[in-house]
Design a protein around this ligand. Structure first.
Ligand code: G
Ligand code: G
Ligand code: G
Ligand code: MN
Ligand code: NA
Length: 254
């Protein structure tokens, strides 16, 4: 069986599920939202890492069906949600999907279904820099339409791509998600992390809000907070968790 066929079968057998990682806001001191992350456990109990199956899905023309499946799983989960109004839900979107003609319809249908189930959510589309290469005008107009409808746009894994920085001025964006590699470089409060500091200053100049990823230690947390990073995501605050677990966690956060 090819990976492509295995993924099709795994969708049919309901082997994929979604975990949600809460994100902390330095403005409110509370959870501001969560990122949806896909997981696959085969019926024999074996786990397939998302790094493997997302890359395989992208390589084998399965990323669009897999993302549609992800969206339907989130809709299913959200039937039980009681989240605060304005809660942000981050969803990872692949370049191929963003550039496909089906993209706007898929995202709008998802938002309509979510609106039937839960309070007003701010759906945030997490794009990688790679998504912005290609036909910029078409991508810009899609993102502008979605933003005018209330969706937010984040650049994920910021600083690891191969784009020139000029896209930051031409694409309609709300958030920069600082890649965890830069956060891992923080080792002492008065230490030097010149690239990270420059990314934070750049985002302030561009009036973009920042999300730091992979925050694992109190030292990293304070360092980022001191420098004006708006949102913190990482194991220190919360691990990715199943939907029911997140709902309980939100009632009683740290
Ligand atoms: O979730 P982390 O646990 O290990 O995910 C590893 C990688 O897989 C990350 O780069 C993450 O962005 C990506 N990933 C996880 N879930 C999804 C998803 O639903 N869609 C896409 N496109 N990427 C995902
Ligand atoms: O979509 P993105 O590439 O940003 O995916 C986030 C990835 O980071 C996921 O794989 C998630 O499981 C992982 N992650 C979340 N918090 C932490 C953390 O504190 N440390 C590390 N190493 N990884 C994290
Ligand atoms: O690894 P992390 O804490 O980010 O995963 C959150 C939950 O997702 C775990 O509690 C577990 O149920 C499930 N999970 C996702 N990927 C894996 C994996 O590779 N191994 C195991 N044991 N659990 C995983
Ligand atoms: Mn992401
Ligand atoms: Na990221």
């Amino acid at each position: 069986l090819s990976f492509h066929d295995e993924m099709r079968r795994a969708i049919a057998r309901d082997e994929f599920f979604v975990v949600y990682q809460p994100v902390y806001s330095n403005k409110t001191g509370e959870a501001s939202g969560a990122e949806a992350l896909m997981r696959w456990q085969r019926s024999n109990g074996e786990w397939v890492s998302p790094d493997i199956f997302i890359a395989a899905a992208e390589a084998e023309a399965m990323i669009i069906p897999l993302t549609r499946h992800l969206l339907s799983l989130i809709v299913r989960d959200s039937a039980d949600w009681q989240v605060p109004a304005g809660f942000h839900l981050g969803v990872n979107v692949a370049a191929e999907h963003l550039q496909d003609a089906s993209f706007l319809d898929d995202i709008r249908q998802f938002a309509r279904h979510m609106a039937l189930h839960t309070q007003q959510l701010n759906i945030t589309l997490e794009l990688t820099e790679r998504s912005l290469i290609g036909d910029p005008q078409t991508v810009i107009s899609k993102l502008e339409e979605l933003r005018s409808e209330g969706f937010r746009v984040a650049i994920d894994d910021f600083g690891t791509g191969h784009c020139t920085l000029s896209y930051l001025q031409t694409f309609p964006l709300d958030y920069l998600k600082i890649d965890k590699g830069f956060v891992a470089a923080i080792e002492q409060v008065n230490g030097e992390t010149p690239v990270l500091d420059t990314i934070i200053q750049l985002s302030h100049k561009l009036a973009l809000q920042t999300v730091a990823e992979g925050v694992e230690t109190p030292l990293q947390f304070h360092y980022l907070k001191q420098r004006g990073v708006t949102f913190i995501q990482g194991y220190l605050y919360a691990r990715p968790m199943r939907s029911e677990e997140m709902i309980n966690w939100l009632k009683n956060p740290p």
